[in-house]
Design a protein around this ligand. Structure first.
Ligand code: SF4
Length: 331
C-alpha cells in the first residue's frame, strides 16, 4: 500500500512521513515548488532532497508556476502576516497531492500539519475547510495530530493503526524536537523557512508588482536579485549589489529592457530598467541612482545606457543621487 506525503523539508513533514513509513506503508514524497521557494531543485542537494534520502523514499516535484501567481494576486482566503496566501496555497498543494495519489494508486495523503500550530492555516475549522476545498475529505492523514482530529478513512478501515499516531496540538515544538532525537533526524529547515513570501522585505516587492499589475514569472525571477526601485507605475529599476548579481541581471534581461552601467574606468553596478520610462527625465533618474552606487566619490559620473536588443547606446553625465533621494524610490 502506498501514500503520498507532502514534504517541505521542515521537521513536521519529515516526522509525519516517518510515522507512516514505520507502519510498513510505502510513501512517495511530493514537494511543491512555488516561484517563491528558496530552492527550485536545479542540480541541488537541498534539505528537501536530503530529507527524502534520509527517509529512503522516492521524491516527486511539482512546479506551481503561473497557477500559484494567479492565487497570489487575489487569494480567496487572504494573506498571512506578509504576502503568504497559506490557505489557498495548501488547498492547491493538496489538489496536486490528490492528482499524484490517483496517478500512483496511492490510498491516502499525509501532511505534517499540527492542530493549532499556525494561526492562519492550522486552526480546527481551517483544517476542515482546506480538506473540503481540496476534495480530500477523509483521505488526508495528519499523523502528528491524528488523535485530536476525527478519524480518517484509512484509520477507520484499518489501513493504518490510529494507536501509533500522535495527538500533538499547539505552537510548542518540544514534542517534535524530542521525536526528532528519537528518530535521529537533525537535518531539517525552519518552519516556513523556504517560503520567501513570509519575509517582510521580500513581501513588499511582491506587493509592489501586484499593485502595478506586473506579477509575472519573469518579474518574480528578478525579485531575488539586487536593490529594487519604483520610478513610475510602468517602470522599475533593479541595481546589482555585487559582481554575481550584475551578471545575473544581464542574463535575465529581455528585449526592451534598459541596461545601465558606469563607463569602463568606474567601478559600479549594472542596473536593469523594466517597463517604459517616462521620457528622458526618468532615464536620467535611473542614471543618478546607478551613480549613487558607484565607488567613485565625484560630483558627476558618466553612465552608459542602452536598450537590450538594440545596438545603439548613449552616455549620460549626471550627479549621483544623495541617499535620501535614492531611497525615496526604494521598494
Ligand atoms: S508559507 Fe508559503 S509555501 Fe507555506 S503554505 Fe504559506 S504560502 Fe504556501
Amino acid at each position: 500500500m502506498k501514500a503520498i506525503s507532502l514534504i517541505s523539508g521542515g521537521l513536521d513533514s519529515v516526522l509525519a512521513t516517518k510515522l507512516i513509513l514505520d507502519q510498513g506503508i510505502d510513501v512517495i514524497g511530493l514537494n511543491c515548488v512555488t516561484p517563491f521557494s528558496s530552492c527550485t531543485h536545479n542540480n541541488c542537494n537541498c534539505v528537501v532532497k536530503r530529507a527524502a534520502n534520509k527517509l529512503g523514499i522516492e521524491l516527486k516535484v511539482v512546479n506551481l508556476g503561473e497557477e500559484f501567481l494567479e492565487i497570489l494576486k487575489n487569494p480567496s482566503y487572504g494573506y498571512g502576516k506578509n504576502m503568504n496566501p497559506c490557505i489557498d496555497c495548501k488547498i492547491l498543494m493538496l489538489k496536486k497531492a490528490k492528482e499524484a495519489m490517483e496517478n500512483t494508486g496511492a490510498k491516502f495523503i499525509v501532511t505534517g500539519e499540527v492542530l493549532g500550530q499556525r494561526p492562519m492555516s492550522q486552526k480546527r475549522p481551517t483544517l476542515g475547510l482546506i480538506e473540503k476545498k481540496a476534495g480530500v475529505e477523509g483521505i488526508l492523514v495528519r499523523p502528528l495530530s491524528a488523535k485530536v482530529l476525527d478519524a480518517t478513512e484509512p484509520e477507520k478501515n484499518g489501513l493504518i493503526d490510529r494507536g501509533k499516531l500522535l495527538g500533538i496540538s499547539g505552537r510548542g515544538r518540544t514534542e517534535q524536537i524530542f521525536l526528532a532525537k528519537t528518530f535521529d533526524i537533525s537535518d531539517y529547515s525552519t518552519p516556513a523557512g523556504g517560503c520567501l513570501l513570509t519575509y517582510q522585505g521580500y513581501a513588499k516587492k511582491v506587493d509592489d508588482l501586484i499593485k502595478h499589475n506586473q506579477l509575472t514569472l519573469d518579474n518574480v525571477f528578478l525579485l531575488k536579485i539586487g536593490r529594487h526601485f519604483r520610478l513610475s507605475p510602468q517602470h522599475k529599476l533593479i541595481v546589482g549589489r555585487d559582481e554575481k548579481e550584475n551578471i545575473q541581471l544581464f542574463a535575465l534581461a529581455k528585449k526592451g529592457d534598459w541596461i545601465y552601467e558606469p563607463q569602463e574606468e568606474i567601478r559600479g553596478p549594472v542596473a536593469l530598467g523594466r517597463g517604459e520610462p517616462q521620457g528622458e527625465a526618468q532615464i536620467e533618474q535611473s542614471c543618478r541612482i546607478v551613480a549613487r552606487y558607484c565607488d567613485e566619490n565625484k560630483s558627476d559620473l558618466e553612465i552608459r545606457v542602452k536598450q537590450y536588443g538594440d545596438d545603439s547606446q548613449k552616455n549620460i553625465r549626471c550627479a549621483p543621487f544623495k541617499d535620501s533621494e535614492a531611497f525615496a524610490f526604494r521598494i
